[in-house]
Ligand binder design. Sequence first.
Ligand SMILES: [Zn+2]
Length: 413
Amino acid sequence: MSATLISNARIFNGVSVVTDSGHVLIESGRISRISLRDPLPIPEGCTVVDATGCTLLPGLIDAHVHVYQDVNLLETAIQYGVTTVLDMHNEPEWFQDISKVTKQRNDVSDVKSCGFGATIKDGWPAAIVKLVSQEPKVEERISKWPNLTDRASIEGFIARNRAAGASFTKLMQEDGHTMNLPFPTIPVPTPSVEIQRAIVDASHENGMLTIAHALTNHSTLSVLEAGVDGLAHASIEPINEQVVKAFKKNNAFLVPTLAVHASCSGEEQESREKFSANLEGTAKEHLLGCLHITREEFTIKNVYEQVFTLKEAGIDILCGTDTSTDLLGTRAGASVHHELWMYVNRCHFTPQEALISATSKTADRFKLADRGKIEEGRLADLLLVGGNPAESIDAIADIQGVWRNGERLARKM
Ligand SMILES: [Zn+2]
């Protein structure tokens, strides 16, 4: 692959805007040189991109998606500048097939996965999967999920999951009570704090961080007590001091997933319209659709307040959406733009704080040391947009170029 020089760009390096007119040289898929002021010499055969008036950022990271076997999700996400997604529960064979694709192709987002979630019998997400489909092949698939019961089953699970390519561990703490759904068992069975603690400990012993699904304050406190490193959703209940303290005690991060909360509660229809404006047909219908499963007493306004309160308390917020192709109200890539817009317009983030949540912060917390920042030696996973998204987050949608591993994406939109 020939070298590329991106010249005269404002550079947001993942943390802040470091220059209004800088130069970034890409060689062999990586950022090889950065000059914040003086032009760089142009290597022979190098492609030069004049980025005057544009901002160069690290490729965005969506810290909560469900890829399953869906290459199309990755092809779509990267069109929006999302160069990495974190997959939060999958079948290990499906993830291995997906990994082959992401290694061969630069026109798809890269994926890091937890492989199997740390599931228990009839617990989350089996309860919701069974509700959606009673097909025998689905039943058979679920029967192979971890079904954790004790320390020995947990240690075996972590070892197998890691060997199958999992980069981190996802815990589930969901009794279903925020949702208006006829689950097979109510409440949905949840793991004890002891089981969750053993999962966290076994993961940490294997060098894997842990992230948990929880939607209420009670569940959030329970997994934080078990020692998790982060939460895969914001709670939908009003925040209280106890929750803030528990986050602080663990130095836990939060992945809010406002996109899915909004779909579940049937709110934010107007802003979904804004982010589906360029779409057509089923893609548009899908993003404009809503799950409408949250019980009436819960509202996303609680979530906005929680995200703001935790951010103000110094808790790391990592941008994540819970997008999957089957989930109404979400769409790969577009939901990341929507999520960032909500951080700024609903949770009082500065645009710069929103950008940090989708780049360097996620790379730091998930130990993705090869991406998430514009730094010499890191992967050339880059996004070029018109204007300055560190001043106005709307500029994130004005995409002028996307690179993964130094290769420029042929854009379809
Ligand atoms: Zn999820």
